[in-house]
Design a binder for this molecule. Structure first.
Ligand code: EPU
Length: 417
């Protein structure tokens, strides 16, 4: 079994480059099949989610060229083929082929998406919106058959500002007859990035980044290029590592506004940092203050940084209260951190973290992607050796994380045992 082995308690020095955003690219790739012409996506991370989406495009008849962060998609021969369970289940974002294929072919057959088990993660809002747009939705066991004879615009209010539902509606609405208005739309930077690609392809979308997005449907889209934004969650993960053991550690290729809630919390904790354009440089401090964290949709504190943040809180002198508000079961990291010596009381979506704790290396298991990231941070600051299993979760979302940390002085490697 592959494991990540870390010998902790070392200072890190140098510069870490942030890759393109996983949660952008997983939508940009399916968007590329909405046209018969070629689409190029830059700054694409080489992670297993990218590979899995490319496999789906090839199954549908598209051609893929991928290397050096550049992904070229030629969707000329794309047809709406059934997407089997073995391709839809390895990741969450397979559901973006629902909206993309509805736009292109008006017909989709696909199994339920997978992804990290951090809550029930229904897709009812996606399906409700599709139905409003004239799509018939048939569910047979785990398989969805979506068909539209007349895909048309609609006024859609999202009960939850869901990233996935907003993007799926954007896809279908871009090539629907008439106008769609999404109210209470998600406002994440990844939505803005996806809309930039769609508009570059000839879509007519306004309001991305606000809670009201208007889409005027067009008959066809054309080829285009897009640069993937930097991954604010990867950046945030490295920023916490920088705050804890950087001396100095520069995190490069960040968009400061995309991580400003994290910066605010690190500032309140007493972290020492300097922002310099698209870099943030951390120096070590001796003591952190406790803070309270409540995860929220953007621009609130991101749920995807909640688990890494739990490790920061174990190093603060005093009690920090933590509340997760998006996912019911994003707590798989707590028992593992407790095993490493953290003092954490938790119940479902709440936790009370008392610190500072001297973490000690041991055998731990990543229960999901961001839980895995939190265990890497814990391993880096712990005394002794930490071995993390289930590392496939981590490699799904963090490009070259082991190599990046090793290059700045971490004692970290992938082992087989
Ligand atoms: N929700 C519903 N019904 C729906 C859709 C969502 O009830 O139809 C609920 C979910 O159960 C959840 C909340 O709304 O409680 C948020 O769901 P959202 O649709 O925003 O999340 P997602 O599209 O499933 C994406 C990212 C997540 C990230 C969230 C929030 C991808 C592939 N996934 O998920 O990323 O946490 O947005 O920012 O883009 C991660 O990277 O670790 C990760 C989990």
């Amino acid at each position: 079994m592959k494991k990540i082995k870390i010998v902790g308690n070392r200072e890190l020095k140098g510069r870490i480059e942030v890759s393109g955003a996983k949660n952008s690219v997983v939508a940009l790739i399916p968007a590329a099949i909405m046209t018969e012409e070629k689409v190029e996506i830059y700054n694409v991370p080489n992670i297993s989610d990218t590979v899995n989406l490319n496999n789906i495009i090839e199954l549908l008849g598209g051609k893929i060229e991928f290397g050096n962060g550049i992904l070229k998609v030629d969707g000329k021969n794309v047809k709406s083929m059934p997407i089997p369970e073995e391709l839809s289940v390895p990741l969450r974002a397979s559901y973006y082929f629902m909206g993309a294929l509805l736009a292109r072919c008006k017909h989709v057959e696909i199994y339920s998406p997978g992804g990290c088990k951090i809550g029930s993660r229904p897709i009812d809002l996606h399906l409700k919106a599709f139905k409003k747009m004239g799509v018939s939705v048939i569910k047979e066991k785990n398989k969805f058959v979506l068909h539209a004879d007349d895909l048309h615009g609609a006024n859609i209010y999202l009960d939850i500002a869901s990233v996935g539902a907003t993007i799926n509606i954007l896809f279908a609405a871009s090539m629907a007859r008439g106008t769609t208005i999404i109210e209470n739309a998600a406002m994440e930077p990844e939505i803005v990035n996806v809309v930039s690609l769609l508009n570059n392809m000839g879509a007519r979308i306004s309001g991305a980044g606000t809670s009201k997005i208007t889409i005027v449907g067009v008959d066809r889209l054309h080829g285009a290029n897009i640069e993937t934004i930097p991954d604010r969650i990867e950046a945030g993960t490295f920023m916490m590592i920088g705050a804890l053991i950087g001396n100095p550690l520069c995190i490069h290729n960040i968009i400061p506004e995309h991580v400003d809630t994290l910066i605010a919390k690190l500032r309140d904790m007493g972290a020492k940092y300097k922002i310099d354009g698209d870099s943030i440089i951390f120096e070590k401090v001796e003591k952190f203050l406790p803070v309270d964290i409540k995860t929220l949709v953007y621009p609130g504190f991101p749920t995807d940084l909640g688990q890494p943040m739990a490790v920061m809180l174990t190093q603060a002198a005093g009690i920090s209260n933590f509340e997760e508000t998006i996912y019911e079961s994003r707590s798989g990291h707590f028992p593992e951190l407790i095993k490493m010596g953290a003092t954490i009381e938790f119940d479902k979506m709440y936790a009370k973290v008392s610190g500072p704790s001297n973490l000690k290396g041991t055998e731990v298991t990543a229960t999901d992607l961001r839980a895995g990231a939190s265990l890497i941070i814990a391993g880096l600051i712990a005394e002794g050796t930490t071995k993390i299993s289930n590392i496939e979760y981590i490699l799904r979302g963090y490009e070259d994380i082991v190599e990046k940390l090793k290059a700045v002085g971490a004692d970290i490697e992938i082992i087989d045992e």
